[in-house]
Design a protein around this ligand. Structure first.
Ligand code: AFP
Length: 335
């Protein structure tokens, strides 16, 4: 019998019963993210036309202000989540503070908060290189029906209920986990439907790709420098190959499929690296572990770090299990 490919919508409904006490709220939330992803995808795909239709800051032919894509993506995600009334709070990499969704209406008793990096790697847009959206979902810890508090957002990554990303690449894909493995869906742009194209995604245990901004090499910690030298050494299956897009979602996505390690270490100039614990590292770490990989922040597991502020940065090392373990050996030598 022909096994028809599932759509994301069908997959969400089928897997709703995976959650104990499920009320369908999480499914609705993932559906809203799916919708916002399609809207942002449409905007990202038009990016090359900006010079023809008007630059950011200009007014377009309909008299509307042109917005920078990261600002636009932020607005689209927040609007979609607000309109569907399915979350009680949102924190975004683009906003200084978290957003409280008004709970005056007594029927509006939502229990989830969403943290989002609406358009990561946005400096790549002007040169037609893939960018992504990253999201992370938690159950609030303060009482339902009251305004959300900072503590609802400052939960360690091991409390995530779901996390995922959208990569706007040669194809647009939505990849997510709810703690039962990682599944990837590819958008068919002709009909605007995501199809399950990458079921049960797994990091190969070993890999040959290392991804790091080597321009910062002289500023790295000695353990990281030694590991990079190890990757470059001619021995066994080495030298490894270096691939760095500078767009976390794309670098992660490639490494998960092919096997590799992504590194954004601290350095003598950036004390905690560049990446944000809540918007980038936690969701990617959850996905990595669900796909059989590992994610550490230097000494310890990323998912066990207790956040102290919304925009906190942290060193990040993530990828194929054996590569991360090897790196850890090098880091431990200097601790
Ligand atoms: P932008 O959104 O400013 O382009 O930053 C993207 C990012 O946070 C992440 O996606 C990249 O992996 C990382 O920065 C690249 O940083 P470097 O340019 O310092 O290597």
């Amino acid at each position: 019998m022909h096994n028809r490919t599932k759509t994301l919508g069908e997959f969400i409904i089928e897997n709703q019963t995976d959650f104990q006490y499920s009320t369908g709220e999480l499914s609705k939330l993932i559906n809203a993210i799916r919708l916002a992803a399609k809207v942002v995808n449409h905007e990202v795909n038009k990016a090359g036309l900006v010079d023809i239709l008007g630059d950011a800051g200009d007014t377009n032919i309909q008299g509307e202000d042109q917005k920078k894509l990261d600002v636009l993506a932020n607005e689209k995600f927040i609007q979609t989540l607000k309109n569907r009334e399915i979350v009680c709070g949102i924190a975004s990499e683009e906003e200084d503070d978290f957003i409280t969704i008004n709970s005056q209406d007594e029927n509006h008793n939502n229990k989830y908060v969403v943290l989002i990096d609406p358009l990561d790697g946005s400096s790549n847009i002007d040169v037609n290189v893939s960018v992504g959206t990253i999201f992370s979902i938690y159950r609030r810890i303060t009482p339902v029906g009251t305004p959300v508090q900072l503590e609802d957002f400052l939960q360690p990554g091991n409390q995530q209920v779901a996390a995922g990303y959208v990569v706007y690449g040669t194809s647009t894909m939505l990849v997510y986990t709810t703690g039962n493995g990682v599944n990837g869906f590819t958008l068919n742009p002709a009909i605007g439907t995501f199809y399950l194209s990458h079921p049960n995604m797994q990091f190969p245990e070993d890999g040959r790709i290392y991804s790091v901004n080597e321009g910062n090499y002289v500023h790295f910690h000695q353990g990281v420098k030694d590991y990079i030298k190890y990757c470059q050494k001619e021995e066994g299956d080495r030298p490894y190959t270096s691939r760095y897009i500078g767009s976390l979602v794309s670098d992660f996505h490639r490494n998960m499929i092919k096997g590799g390690i992504y590194m954004y270490p601290k350095s003598s100039v950036t004390n905690n690296g560049k990446l944000r614990l809540l918007y980038e590292c936690n969701p990617m770490a959850f996905l990595a572990e669900q796909a059989g990989g590992l994610a550490i922040g230097g000494k310890s597991r990323i998912l066990d770090v207790q956040p102290t502020e919304l925009h906190q940065r942290i060193p990040f090392f993530c990828g194929s299990k054996n590569m991360v373990l090897k790196l850890q050996e090098f880091l431990d030598k200097y601790h």
